[in-house]
Ligand binder design. Structure first.
Ligand code: BGC
Length: 726
């Protein structure tokens, strides 16, 4: 036998083993039986028809067997408008205006898994209303560099926070009979050369940082589909990596749903088929029959290069997802609804709870608008709509409220609003180049002078700045971490004439704030806020909503503090990037290297104050299979209703391998009335305290002391207790 024949045999044995195991399981066995009987009735052409698209977002069904066409749609924070079947143009429907949530980083900034669940429900209902079967999200790649163009769509630099938000999102979405597609598996952490770059990292970084979100999505969330990333991983395209797709995803994580390509990311027939890819999407070849998983797959089977069992495995995966989403004749399938008041309220809640109060000297915020005669509203982002930008996650919302609109509506009748643009979006984003960003440093003194005049004659100046989707976008990375369009100068000049200057940052990725933190009293980070963006931020400014968001990533003082940049390995060279910072991503790096960032991971203030106390564990000594019950109290010691995100970090001070100074292992967002105290209990499995031991290829918890730290950010630890693991 040749090496490749041996490989084919080994893979078939693996599959038949998996199928046997599946058969033995009940109550799934009835479903598996139905799958097998359907597969038996299919011709090879029909089988292969289920494994590649027949248009941009659809896959053919088999009407004679009652298998309907499969409808997929972007995206993570709203159901994307209908796209033409055979090109990227929008179809111009009048029924596809969706509810638009704030993108991923804002979701993570809420630190509230209930909001992730609420989002999943809404997305599921809207997807079903639009007759979609698979929603292409959530996007959960690690925020490795401040510059990655898609950071805004992703969630965090921390795998625990990512997992905590992803699982309820997926469960809720799928409870509405829509399959999630968790993406992009794996290491799509930069957009520069995303379709070419070859990523290498240690096994430890893979298991401790880059994999846990996907693991949680599959094992706990039950994600029914996974999208392979564009890039290569250790020399193989992610869509055909035997290690990632067969070994890890199928074997280690037990995934038996559909693994699909990203759009136009298939590279082979035989290799991909053997590695475990099921579905080819978006290939840039006009004749769908010529795609890798179309006629070439039929030929490969006929030539004995791909066993028919492999094709059957893929078809079974597709049918399994269809059955789990009630596609095969189940009359109880969710019908869905669109843009209901509840959906819009969910979008508002998500935007409002995401807002992070970074700085608030002299309690400038909240503003009592009833006592103000005039306000200056300054900045392009006061009027810019963002929901329809960023490429594949762009949404056609039913409406989008800008900050200026919201302020006028809520307070315009009782005070004078002096709006000036302040700075200009000088660029137009052009597909295929970074031209949109190259022109972003010009300072427009005419606009600044107008802003200064407006600020002088107003009681308060609110500057809405930050980025837009020329910067936070799919396909390109940011060129730097600066505030573009001369905003630092604008902010400085306005602050000189009005001491009550508030800066509201609208952005989905880290920005350098060193040039403004010492110049203005108050800074709010409001993210791209989705369709309710303006209402949410206006309510935080007025105090109707008490800010309770926390940064889901570290805000470095400058780019060179950030690990990948400090080590000079972003975006890599010659289409290769090695993640040399290893497991020291985000705050793990800052803490361990004792670098003080501008604002730490998990940071965010409130209009009230909190006291955390009484940290204790149920025992002091634990066995390796035990669970640590951690208890503490959180008190609202101020005068307003508010919420604190209590964060639990763990460190392993003596270990045979380097451990980060501390790692997030639990959190709880606690809502409290003034004066109220609540006791919180968090459960931490001792087995989750270990590290990935490369020599053993498994997780190890070394006996000894572990420190449990309670805090309100990774930089603000208020109590520590020690436990011993035997
Ligand atoms: C993106 C995916 C998206 C797909 C379909 C790709 O360019 O990377 O996230 O789901 O397009 O629009």
């Amino acid at each position: 036998m040749t090496k490749s024949m041996l490989k084919v045999l080994a893979v078939s044995l693996l599959i038949s083993g998996a199928v046997q195991a599946q058969k033995a399981k009940s109550p799934e066995s009835a479903q598996e039986k139905k799958i097998q009987s359907l597969v038996k009735k299919m011709t090879i052409e029909e089988k292969v028809g289920l494994l590649h698209a027949n248009s941009k977002f659809y896959v053919s069904g088999i009407p004679r067997l009652g298998i309907p066409e499969w409808a997929l749609s972007d995206g993570p924070h709203g159901v994307r408008a209908e796209i033409n079947r055979h090109d990227w143009g929008y179809s111009g429907w009048t029924t596809d205006s969706a509810t638009c949530f704030p993108p991923g980083t804002a979701l993570a900034a809420s630190w509230n898994p209930k909001l992730a669940q609420e989002r999943g429900i809404v997305l599921g209902e809207e997807a079903r209303f639009r007759k979609k079967d698979v929603l292409l999200g959530p996007g959960i790649n690690i925020i490795r560099s401040p510059l990655c163009g898609r950071n805004f769509e992703y969630l965090s630099e921390d795998p625990f926070l990512i997992s905590a938000m992803t699982v309820p999102y997926i469960k809720a979405l799928q409870s509405k009979d829509v399959a999630a597609s968790v993406k992009h598996f794996l290491a799509n952490n930069e957009e520069e050369n995303r379709v070419l770059v070859d990523v290498t990292m240690s096994d430890r970084a893979l298991h401790e940082i880059y994999l846990p979100g996907f693991k949680a999505a599959v094992e706990e969330g039950g994600a029914l589909t996974v999208m392979a990333a564009y890039n290569k991983f250790r020399g193989d395209w992610c869509s055909e990596s035997e290690y990632l797709d067969r070994q890890i995803l199928r074997k280690e994580l037990g995934f038996n749903g559909v693994l699909m390509t990203d759009w136009n990311a298939a590279h082979s027939t035989v290799k991909a088929a053997l590695a475990g890819l099921d579905l080819e999407m978006g290939t840039d070849i006009k004749d769908y029959n010529e795609w890798y998983f179309a006629n070439p797959l039929i030929s490969a089977v006929k030539e004995g290069k791909v066993p028919i069992a492999i094709v059957d495995e893929k078809v079974s995966n597709v049918l399994r997802v269809m059955m789990k989403t009630k596609m095969l004749g189940d009359k109880t399938r969710e019908k869905g609804s669109m843009n209901t008041p509840e959906h819009q309220k969910a979008a508002y809640n998500s935007a409002a709870e995401a807002v992070v109060l970074l700085q608030n000297q002299n309690s400038v915020l909240p503003l009592d608008f009833s006592k103000l005669k005039s306000i200056a509203v300054i900045g392009d982002n006061a009027t810019r709509k963002h929901t329809s930008g960023g490429l594949s996650s762009e949404i056609k919302p039913l409406y989008e409220v800008t900050p200026l609109e919201a302020l006028i509506k809520k307070f315009g009748s009782s005070l004078k609003i002096n709006f000036v643009q302040g700075y200009e979006k000088q660029s137009t984003f052009k597909e295929g180049s970074n031209i949109g960003q190259s022109d972003s440093k010009k300072v427009d003194w005419k606009l600044i002078d107008e802003a200064v005049e407006a600020a002088k004659k107003s009681d308060v100046a609110i500057i809405f700045g930050g980025l837009n989707h020329d910067f936070d976008t799919e396909s390109f990375d940011k060129q730097d971490m600066k505030l573009p369009y001369g905003q630092e100068t604008l902010i400085r000049e306005v602050a000189k004439v009005n001491p009550r200057t508030i800066v509201v940052i609208i952005a989905g990725s880290p920005i350098e704030l060193a040039g403004i933190v010492n110049r203005v009293p108050s800074i709010l980070w409001a993210w791209f806020g989705g369709m309710e963006a303006g209402n949410a931020v206006a309510d935080v400014l007025s105090g109707k909503v008490n800010p309770s968001g926390k940064m889901p990533f570290t805000l470095p003082v400058s780019l060179d503090q950030s690990p990948a940049h400090a080590l000079g390995n972003f975006p890599g060279r010659n289409l290769k990037v090695n993640y040399e910072e290893d497991i020291l991503v985000g705050y793990r790096w800052f803490d361990t290297k004792k670098i003080v960032p501008q604002f730490p991971f998990g940071y965010g203030q409130s209009y009230t104050s909190f006291e955390l106390s009484g940290l204790n564990t149920d025992k002091t000594t634990y066995g390796k299979d035990e669970v640590v019950r951690v208890k503490f109290s959180v008190k609202n010691s101020g005068t307003r209703l508010g919420a604190e995100v209590a964060q639990l970090y763990v460190s392993d001070p003596v270990c045979s391998v380097m451990r980060p100074t501390k790692e997030l292992k639990g959190f709880e967002k606690v809502f409290l009335q003034p004066g109220e105290t609540k006791t919180v209990e968090l459960l931490v499995k001792v087995s989750d305290l270990g590290f990935y031991d490369e020599s053993r290829k498994g997780w190890t918890v070394e006996p000894g002391d572990f420190l449990f730290h309670l805090g309100t950010s990774s930089g603000d630890i208020c109590q520590t207790v020690k436990i011993v693991v035997q």
